[in-house]
Design a protein around this ligand. Structure first.
Ligand code: GDP
Ligand code: MN
Length: 403
């Protein structure tokens, strides 16, 4: 699960990670109040207004309606409401949102932390994530902060520092010092970075996160180290242990069909193709998507209805798949192991009748216990549904349906 920057910063602060302070707002008036409050609390007189969406690249991104960037600086309190207005309610397009962009419902009004001083402010990159191959956590850091890290990894892999942390032992002091040293820091900035990395790692473990990306981490002109940005990805499977974090979920940021599917206990991911599919089991779903491609189609979705395929889950699946206007045919591919094929077939017929007129052909491939009986029920239903038993047969029927 992803959370917003303002929520992520709050989470980090709770673990003692220094952050660029800010206050979230959803109207220009609230933004002005937020700026006044920040001025009183931090003394800042410049303000950064940051669109809150679940995507990066906001600084360089543009709001379609106003041409404003997704992150802007206001050098006067009076400018805050106008600049906030140009972002709020708009559609922000960044390299990560795709051309359709994302609607901005909230902004973060933050203190300016790039103020002049004894030294130039300097941006770094820091992330913590899971290295599945090594079975450990890895801290990645770079002096090339603020930039697209994938580009750094490609062009200058030597500029990426990696420090693996054994989850059974935890982060050791020397490891945090090693990273800070390799980043070329000294004096107070070095100490601050060690503290930053240590508290960040504690936050990562404490929140059962699967990924933290802080880009940029800033060394201010007076040698403080703080998080200017924060992308936090939490492990869905651990959310039951973190009620407070689970509540941070913003459904407006997620695909509406995926949200609806989740409510019916279906595992659905929308794709761009023309053949909808409904399958029991993730492995079979993968194989089915391959098969759709082989038959000349493109999968319109991934949909796993789980072990107990019945009329209710099939109907929910139909309704979700049919909301996608690209769908030209639907393939149901179910293995009758736990549930018998005749029961699934009856479920399909019942779901079909309950929806009424389905405008696209449906191919139902049932294999396993009572497969023949299932096929007979489908074929005798009198509906626009045809049966298949082998995968090859199903593929041919899909090919015929879309050509
Ligand atoms: P992203 O573009 O979505 O990754 O958003 P970030 O939070 O990383 O902000 C983008 C850029 O805004 C940063 O790389 C900075 O260059 C700039 N920025 C953020 N905070 C400040 C600030 O306090 N002062 C100034 N002058 N620039 C800032
Ligand atoms: Mn960033």
């Amino acid at each position: 699960m992803n959370i917003h920057e303002y929520q992520a910063k709050e989470l980090l602060k709770g673990y003692g990670v220094r952050i660029q302070e800010g206050i979230v707002a959803d109207t220009p008036e609230a933004a002005l109040e937020a700026a006044k409050k920040l001025n009183a609390e931090t003394g800042t007189s410049w303000y950064v207004i940051k669109a809150q969406i679940h995507a990066g690249g906001r600084g360089k991104g543009k709001v379609k309606e106003t041409d404003s960037n997704g992150v802007v600086l206001a050098k006067k309190l009076e400018d805050v409401p106008e600049k906030a207005k140009n972002i709020l309610g708009g559609t922000l397009v960044t390299i990560q949102t795709g051309a359709e962009g994302k609607k901005v419902n909230k902004i973060l009004v933050a203190e300016d932390v790039y103020y002049p001083g004894a030294s130039e402010p300097k941006e770094y990159y820091l992330s913590i994530l899971l290295d599945r191959a090594k079975g450990s956590n890895v801290i990645m850091a770079s002096t090339e902060g603020g930039m697209d890290i994938e580009e750094v990894a490609e062009k200058h892999p030597e500029k990426i520092i990696k420090e693996w942390v054994d989850p059974k032992i935890g982060l050791q002091g020397f490891q945090a010092r090693k990273v800070a040293f390799k980043l070329g820091l000294e004096g107070n900035a070095f100490k601050e970075m060690v503290k930053f990395i240590t508290s960040l790692y504690n936050a990562y473990i404490g929140s059962d996160a699967s990924q933290f990306e802080i880009n940029p981490v800033l060394k201010t002109s007076d040698d403080k180290i703080l998080a200017v940005d924060a992308k936090v990805n939490l492990d869905d499977n651990a959310l039951y242990r973190h009620k407070d974090l689970a509540d941070l979920r913003d459904l407006a940021e997620e695909d509406p069909l995926e949200v609806e599917a989740g409510k019916s206990g279906l595992n659905y991911v929308k794709l761009d193709g023309n053949v909808g599919c409904m399958v029991n089991g993730a492995g079979l779903a993968m194989a089915t998507m391959d098969m759709i491609k082989l038959s000349g189609g493109e999968p319109a979705n991934f949909l796993d209805v789980g072990g107990g395929a019945n009329a209710t889950t099939v109907e929910a699946g139909f309704r979700i798949i049919l909301q996608d206007p690209n769908v030209k045919a639907i393939l149901i591919n179910v293995f009758g192991g736990i549930v018998r094929c005749d029961r699934i077939a009856n479920g399909v017929v019942e779901a079909y009748k309950s929806i009424g007129n389905i405008p696209v052909p449906i191919i139902v491939r049932l294999q396993g216990t009572n497969a023949e009986e299932g096929a007979r029920i489908i074929d005798e239903s009198g509906l626009k549904v045809s049966s298949a038993i082998t995968l090859k047969e199903a593929a041919e029927k899909v090919r015929a349906a879309i050509s």
